[in-house]
Design a protein around this ligand. Sequence first.
Ligand code: ATP
Ligand code: MG
Length: 358
Amino acid sequence: MNYALEVVGLKRHFDAGAGRTLHAVDGVSFGIRPGEILGLVGESGCGKSTLGRTIAGLYDKTEGKVLINGIPTPSAYSARDFRNFSRSLQMIFQDPYSALNPRMTVQDIIAEGPRLLGLWKKDETPVRVDFWLSRVGLSPEHKTRYPHEFSGGQRQRIGIARALALEPKILICDEPISALDVSVQAQVVNLFDDLRRTMNLAILFIAHDLSMVRYISDRMAVMYLGRIVESGPADSVYFDPQHPYTQLLIRSNPDPNPDNRDDLMVTPVGELASAVNLKSGCQFAPRCPLATEKCKTITPEPEEINSGRFDAHHIVACHVVAKQITKNSPQETGESTAHAFRRELAEKIEERSFQATP
Ligand SMILES: Nc1ncnc2c1ncn2[C@@H]1O[C@H](COP(=O)(O)OP(=O)(O)OP(=O)(O)O)[C@@H](O)[C@H]1O
Ligand SMILES: [Mg+2]
């Protein structure tokens, strides 16, 4: 399969002092095809931004590989390497206020990268800037203005135009809509959707809002303490979550549409543990009502499962789900395996009367 971006066993650790190591990203693998959006969700602190930044070369990799169009990126970049690399991969950040230099005009902001890389001649700059401004839904008249003269949504569009002007193949978007008004969020999300279609961009879309991620993504990955615990087609993961953590996450972010809610969903238990000095075993085990001894000691490997209602590469790293899937086939129980599993999880939680975190 030809991936625009492929990540293999990627790790990024930080020194946490006193001989301890913080495993912010701890063995992540996935691929994104041209024109595809992969949504990445998970609680605050689980390592999403670190993953995005390590892929984008803003942090050195501790271990693992990042391949762009099949070509591995260097483990550390020289200034020249980084410039070439930044042509293929651009990052969009959450805060459209701090991301733009307040002393530069919109034209200079957008033209800075292409000029630095020698992609644009000076006399063609205004025409090209006009093109990219209109591409993101802004008017050419905006180019002589400064960032403070724009709204948050407009600034995010300027940031997107700046990234696109380099004609990248890959966009890493770290919470690109979280700082925007709800009314503007949908417009910016639709802009990303349009761009991936027309420019065949591969997009890693990091966000908190699960229903928004489901809406925009082709596939969705759920991260927990530095690892991806579940991934698959976005509808499959959203409507048929398998990993107990995914179920908790979806339950704690109710879908705006009541028809999409599942009353068998359960309530979150406990808080995200620390990623310092991670041991082997499932990292979610201390919070998981279904955890067994095996979960506490042996790290579950990602396994492909067929969740019943959906198919196609739904992958889960969970000992309990894997066992459940082989035990109950949908034909025997008359209900989907996923549904049976969710019911069991809900019952277990009730039995143990776990409390929701505030
Ligand atoms: N530069 C750094 N130095 C040391 N530790 C870091 C650094 N950046 C992140 N971390 C730690 O790595 C872990 C993952 O952080 P990260 O910012 O990647 O999480 P996140 O999933 O993006 O969270 P959020 O949803 O709040 O943005 C956290 O424990 C964080 O404290
Ligand atoms: Mg983050």
